[in-house]
Design a protein around this ligand. Structure first.
Ligand code: ALA
Length: 593
């Protein structure tokens, strides 16, 4: 029987319901962060709602308090091969609520349960959960506490399974950082009555929500030490939840996807290759969000630009497989923008850029796709060597993944290591591609990164003093080895200017100026002259970091932190490269020696 209550929820309604519920339960609703993480060297995209909150999970105070909730746009390309099935997406929206050292397991689960059963009216008969099975070798016990809480809420034992780390442990997203056992909530998405026993391998049980109990910090030497504050980090997949509540058989049938899929079907000649249609829909939607998120990202051969390129080119290839003629990706993006611009106004703001970039990249790839496919036919009489894969990449624009896919279809292998060696030889080494960075990672809050973060503020202030007030930060990227800083300025810096900037920064370091932080409203921050590029990210209250005396600071910026306490230990600041980044934007790379 179809439950009418359940069958009527749209994506905007679910977002609103979720935020209202957690607001009612004392959470501050915070604005979503960019898809491109700021100051996070280990990951290309925001992969979860917790990602922009890492400093707060580690103990920094959040201006919104210790109960937060939001809707966060996320990109995960780790599962890209599974896109095309009913439930996987590279771009998705995550509804999340957090406790920063406030409530823990009991309250978190009670709130999840109430939301599912009272707000969404899911009958308990359709729910099952998994809990962490424990890891004696790491002194982490089985999570009987969590199972007990579920039982106390009425879930039968047979619907509670204990699973291992692979299923029921979340984080750290990178090498180190906050992590912990989790409990995942599954919805029975089938007309048949749900079996009494929860079998996690039966894919009619669809995971919709995950409550993570972040009580450990994984250290560099692989140890799990208790975090000084116990946090809750939850993530509910918006598309999946809307799908199962509406009885859809896949995420591609929900309100926001349907018109996108219809458009693709209209353009295609074959309508029954569902997998290809889904891949095109997912990839163009993800590409639209990446292009719409930050004007700086264009298709390229490195970092985010390369992921973007892969998504677009893969979509083009699948589009051609279903017989779509001509340049088409922008036509689908138009539908994506129409569907989602109410909730993501940035898509509308950047519409021209999105459509133009898609068309340009598609045109470029279309010129070589056919020739490349012919070339592939020629060389694919045996396993593909690294050299041949590289030729397909450099001459015909085939991302390695496309070559690998084509090879797999013919039961052939590709020498991926050989490809990467060629790549490294011919190009600026793509750290991202070769280090598996696409899989995601966690903000690396190591000491060195923090130093570079503070140095970026010094650089920003010094550039403004030397070049003028037209200088504004346009982006930054920090690793433990260097900082990269983009800023508005049209001309190449002279050697004198570069030296003046370096000298100014080093003069401050020598004075060992203190770094202080104060929380205030955005208006107050503006009034005292704080610079802010991330102003929309932290909601009402913001943190302002000041370097130097409060009355006459060297630098003052709105920023989430973290920073060093005083700058004497930063070392010697040196600019290693100054170049154009895009029109009207220069890029500096600098190191601390
Ligand atoms: N961070 C958790 C996840 O992504 C909630 O599943």
């Amino acid at each position: 029987m179809i439950n009418l209550e359940l069958s009527m929820i749209t994506s905007p309604q679910l977002r609103q319901k979720y935020l209202n519920f957690f607001q009612k339960n004392g959470h501050t609703i915070i604005p979503a962060a960019s898809l491109i993480p700021q100051n996070d060297p280990t990951v290309l995209f925001t992969t979860a709602g917790m990602h922009p909150l890492v400093p707060y999970l580690l103990g920094e105070r959040h201006p919104g308090g210790n109960r937060l909730a939001d809707v966060q746009k996320c990109i995960r390309t780790g599962d890209i091969d599974e896109v095309g099935d009913a439930w996987h997406l590279t771009f998705f929206e995550m509804l999340g609520n957090w406790s920063l050292g406030d409530y823990f397991k009991k309250e978190a689960i009670e709130m999840s349960f109430e939301f599912l059963t009272k707000e969404l009216n899911i009958p308990i008969e359709k729910l099952a959960v998994s809990c962490f099975a424990g890891e004696p070798e790491n002194n982490i016990p089985r999570d009987d506490e969590v199972a007990g809480i579920w039982e106390s809420l009425g879930l039968p034992k047979s619907r509670i399974q204990f699973l291992n780390r692979e299923s029921n442990w979340w984080g750290p997203a990178g090498q180190t950082g906050p992590c912990g056992p989790d409990t995942e909530m599954f919805y029975w998405a089938d007309e048949e009555a749900a079996p009494a026993r929860f079998d996690p391998t039966d894919n009619r049980w669809v995971e919709i929500w995950n409550d993570v109990f972040m009580q450990y910090n994984k250290t560099e030497n692989g140890k799990y030490e208790p975090l000084k504050q116990k946090n809750v980090d939850t993530g509910m997949g918006l598309e999946r939840t809307v799908a199962v509540l509406n009885g859809c058989k896949s995420v591609f049938e929900i309100d926001e996807f349907k018109p996108i899929v219809e458009k693709i079907k209209k353009l295609a000649q074959t309508k029954d290759d569902i997998k290809s249609i889904r891949i095109v829909a997912d990839h163009i939607r993800a590409a639209t969000f990446i292009l719409g998120d930050e004007k700086g990202i264009e298709p390229s051969n490195i970092e985010q630009g390369y992921v973007l390129r892969r998504l677009i080119r893969r979509a083009v290839r699948y589009g051609k497989m279903i017989g779509i003629d001509g340049i088409f990706t922008f036509k689908i993006a138009e539908v994506v923008i129409k569907q989602l611009a109410d909730d993501y106004p940035e898509l509308k703001q950047n519409k021209d850029f999105i459509l133009e970039q898609l068309a340009r990249e598609e045109e470029k790839f279309s010129l070589t796709l056919e020739k490349g496919l012919k070339e592939f036919e020629k060389i694919s009489t045996q396993d593909i060597s690294g050299h041949d894969a590289f030729v397909l990449f450099s001459t015909y624009g085939f991302p390695l993944e496309i070559t690998t896919e084509l090879a797999t279809e013919k039961n052939l292998k590709v020498d991926e290591i050989g490809f990467r060696q060629e790549f490294a030889k011919h190009q600026e080494l793509s750290r991202t591609a070769s280090a598996g960075k696409f899989k995601g990672g966690l903000a690396d809050n190591s000491e060195q990164t923090t130093k570079y973060h503070t140095a970026a503020h010094l650089l920003d202030a010094a550039l403004r003093q030397v070049l003028g007030d037209h200088v504004f930060q346009k982006g930054s990227n920090i690793t433990a080895e260097r900082l990269r800083f983009d800023f508005s300025h049209s001309e190449k810096l002279t050697d004198e200017q570069k030296k003046a900037v370096e000298d100014l920064v080093n003069a401050q370091i020598q004075q060992n100026l203190p770094v202080t932080m104060a929380e205030m409203t955005l208006e107050e921050a503006k009034k005292i002259g704080a610079l802010g590029v991330f102003e929309s990210k932290y909601g009402e209250k913001v943190k302002v970091y000041t370097i130097g005396a409060a009355g006459n600071p060297f630098s003052r910026e709105i920023c989430g932190g973290p920073h060093v306490e005083n700058i004497g230990g930063l070392g010697n600041f040196k600019i290693t490269k100054e170049e154009s980044s895009s029109s009207g934007v220069r890029r500096i790379k600098a190191i601390l020696g």
